[in-house]
Write a protein that binds this ligand. Structure first.
Ligand code: M6R
Length: 366
């Protein structure tokens, strides 16, 4: 059932062009600049007038939530708070009937996420779900929701579910923008046309596998690794670090690149690999200076760059190219090389990739 792949995780990484395509199907009409989300249609008016959205989730799904925060705030211009479900539920959170609380959960069964939603519901908020498993507990208690349609995810490390969650959040951001008029029709057409191309760009991104495998061979014995990015590539850095930790048991940290000089820079020595997401988008120049700072201290820089990049190529020890795309869609592409990196390092270290020690696919106890 692994379809010829050595592990489910690898199969699921490769499925992402298809899973994102399935997630978009019937939901975008690029020529008309229109997003259609049947699951939340009843709440279109509520979304038009919303003052605040709260996202609750755990683990990788929480990282997707952070990407969602950037997207919804940027395009829909609605303030978003992203909370660890486990913290939110025990904090006597301030929730009103005006709020929409969105739970993100691949399994739809995570105990803390479920409990956070129940509290939000009790306090009168409208509750939405972004889940993968159809008919799971979370989709059963929510008022509305959008399924990710990534198909069953067997590997404990979440891969295609993450990119599908980010895809749904992208759709929600543009849906809100459409309801609130925060993007012009011509901008919406432009964005949705590009979004429609993402599955094809994902296919091209998947071709980085061999390159990433070489890099993994070089760094497989490192005991630490730092992942840095800015803007919506910051949650991508967090996700890269979590993947590496959970399946290869290498200590890894993800940070916003600018936070490096507030502490983690002290870790940099000639042993430490530092993975940068340094694509050609709005924070490019800033990331370039962060790369210089790491180099000056002897760190090994691995950079994910946009195809054709020359500036970072001259500075970094290793580069991995991904196709050019708009800022909005960078997380969908930039995550893929990080998934491969964690995968290959784990395999090379002899770890059980699909079922890492101490971890369960769905965490149904708190
Ligand atoms: O099923 P969920 O999305 O609610 O699960 C949340 C986390 O347990 C999950 O994302 C976990 O962090 C993964 N193992 C990450 O790869």
């Amino acid at each position: 059932e692994k379809g010829g792949y050595d592990h489910f995780m690898l199969k699921e990484i490769y499925e992402q062009a298809r899973s994102i395509r399935d997630c978009l199907r019937g939901r975008i009409y690029p020529d008309q600049g229109k997003v259609q989300l049947g699951g939340v249609k009843e709440y279109a008016d509520k979304l038009r007038n919303i003052d605040r959205i709260i996202i609750v989730a755990c683990g990788t799904s929480w990282h997707a939530g952070l990407v969602g925060e950037y997207l919804i705030e940027e395009y829909g211009r609605v303030p978003v708070e992203v909370e660890y479900a486990s913290e939110f539920r025990y904090r006597n959170p301030i929730i009103t009937e005006q709020d929409i609380v969105i739970a993100i959960s691949q399994s739809g069964e995570t105990a803390d996420t479920m409990a956070a939603l129940e509290i939000a519901k009790e306090r009168g908020a409208t509750i939405f779900g972004i889940c993968n498993v159809v008919g799971a507990s979370i989709p059963r208690i929510t008022d509305a929701g959008v399924y990710t349609h990534a198909g069953p995810e067997i590997g404990v490390a979440s891969t295609k579910a993450f990119t599908a969650q980010v895809t749904v959040l992208t759709l929600i951001a543009f849906y809100i923008a459409q309801q609130r008029g925060t993007l012009t029709q011509s901008k919406l057409i432009e964005y949705l046309t590009e979004l429609n191309e993402i599955p094809t760009l994902v296919e091209r991104t998947l071709q980085c596998n061999d390159r990433v495998e070489e890099i993994a061979a070089r760094f497989k014995d490192s005991n630490n690794c730092l992942f840095l990015g800015r803007g919506s590539s910051f949650p991508v850095a967090l996700e890269g670090a979590l993947k590496l930790k959970e399946i290869s048991y290498v200590h890894a940290e993800g940070y916003p690149a600018a936070e490096m000089k507030h502490g983690p820079i002290a870790l940099i020595d000639a042993e430490l690999p530092v993975v940068f997401i340094a694509t050609k988008n709005s924070s490019y120049e800033k990331v370039v200076s962060n790369i210089q700072e790491v180099k000056a201290r002897g760190g090994h820089v691995i950079a994910i760059v946009t195809e054709g990049d020359t500036q970072v190529r001259e500075m970094a020890e290793y580069v991995i190219e991904i196709p050019q795309t708009d800022d909005a869609f960078v997380p969908l592409l930039a995550t893929i090389p990080l998934q491969f990196l964690a995968y290959h390092i784990a395999v090379m270290r002899g770890c059980n990739v699909d079922q890492p020690r101490n971890l369960a696919k769905s965490v149904t106890v708190e």
